[in-house]
Design a protein around this ligand. Structure first.
Ligand code: 3EB
Length: 354
């Protein structure tokens, strides 16, 4: 049987993944300390995300398929697999335990000195853009960033802010835009001691970039959230032969640029869903057709405190279809006052004119 047209996303247990025996897998993400012998051919890039699974099987896999023949490759530290129009890639960069020395002689580990995380982030994005430009998939569509101790202060600032400064520096160095045409993204904490992990989807043609009318664009956040704004779009919309994909970035209880419902997990979850619904509406407006609904998305839910899982689940049960694919992970979120963050993906087959 022929593979379905266009990109596909499934959340599967290891056993389900093994028995599916798909030939068109582009890439996989695992969570928790998943065993490496996941039954993947060594051809398939596997992003090993160091976040605990909060519900269901710990060996759950996020599986991206293209519906087309694919080939694998490696360049610098980036492992990738690509089909005609799409590329999945991942890179893991350990942070050196000893802070890098500065050429101006300033003591390492002090305010102002570049952190190991800064170096790892700049290096990861440099390798990613070099790879994409070399193999001809120059448009980053969707990026997932996982960094250990995301809320920890070091070198005079929070590590998430160091990451933002470094990501922006790397994009600038690669000659990429810092506002507007920037990928959808997520940035979450990962377990202490894990490497900086970035995985991504990239395309040969540009997507449509979507912002949320209820939120200030992240790349325009005021400096109270850090000297360099996070560079991501709220969503991207990819039209390919036969299908339309909506990649919704990590979304939280932020209206304008402020975190709201501080301390109230249930209310943060409802506000997050309202933001996702606003993005779905915006995508439909751009498409001039009701292509997506909240009930047709696959969701990945990040909960800061495991004890909040029932509260988050109750809100989602009230808003979602019971058959919707949803996975729950424990992760620190990039603002201390955020307790939950949700990312989503929507896929819609398109009729092709004969
Ligand atoms: C926010 O809306 C919440 O830095 O790449 C969400 C998605 C968030 C992506 C990123 C951060 C990022 O600002 C945090």
């Amino acid at each position: 049987m022929g593979a379905p047209a266009g990109l596909h996303l499934d959340y599967l247990s290891l056993a389900e993944y093994r028995s599916a025996r798909w030939s068109d897998v582009l890439g996989v993400a695992t969570f928790d300390p998943a065993p490496r012998d996941g039954g993947d051919s060594t051809e398939i890039p596997v992003a090993q995300v160091a976040t605990r699974v909060l519900l269901g099987t710990a060996d759950v896999r996020e599986v991206w398929r293209s519906g087309e023949p694919a080939e694998s490759g490696q360049r610098n530290r980036v492992h990738f697999r690509r089909s005609e129009n799409l590329l999945f890639g991942c890179i893991a960069v350990p942070e050196p335990a000893v802070p890098e020395a500065r050429c101006d002689g300033a003591a390492p580990g002090t305010a102002g000195a570049p952190s190991a995380l800064h170096g790892a982030t700049v290096g990861a994005y440099r390798d990613i853009y070099a790879t994409l430009d070399a193999v001809g998939y120059p448009h980053l569509l969707r990026v997932w960033n996982y960094l250990p101790d995301i809320n920890l202060d070091s070198h005079g600032s929070e590590r998430y802010r160091q990451f933002n400064s470094a990501r922006q520096a790397a994009l600038r160095a690669a000659g990429k835009p810092l506002t507007g045409n920037v990928p959808a993204a997520s940035a979450l904490g990962a377990s202490h001691g894990s490497p900086l992990l970035v995985y991504f989807l990239a395309g040969r043609t540009p997507p449509v970039y979507i912002e949320n009318p209820r939120q200030l664009s992240a790349y325009r956040y005021p400096h109270q959230y850090g000297p360099h704004s996070p560079v991501f779009s709220r969503a991207t919309l990819l039209r390919q032969r036969g299908s339309l994909t909506l990649f919704i970035s990590g979304t939280a209880s932020i209206v304008g640029h402020r975190s709201i419902h501080v301390g109230d997990t249930a209310a943060q979850t409802r506000e997050t869903l309202a933001n996702i619904e606003a993005l779905v509406e915006e995508a439909n407006r751009v498409e001039r057709a009701a292509r997506f609904t909240l009930g047709s998305l696959a969701l990945k839910v990040y909960v800061r405190r495991p004890a909040d899982l029932p509260a988050v689940q109750a809100q989602l049960a009230a808003a979602l279809d019971p058959s919707q694919p949803v996975i729950y992970l424990q992760a620190d979120i990039c603002r201390q006052d955020l307790l939950v963050e949700i990312e989503a993906t929507g896929m819609c087959p398109l009729k092709i004119a004969a």
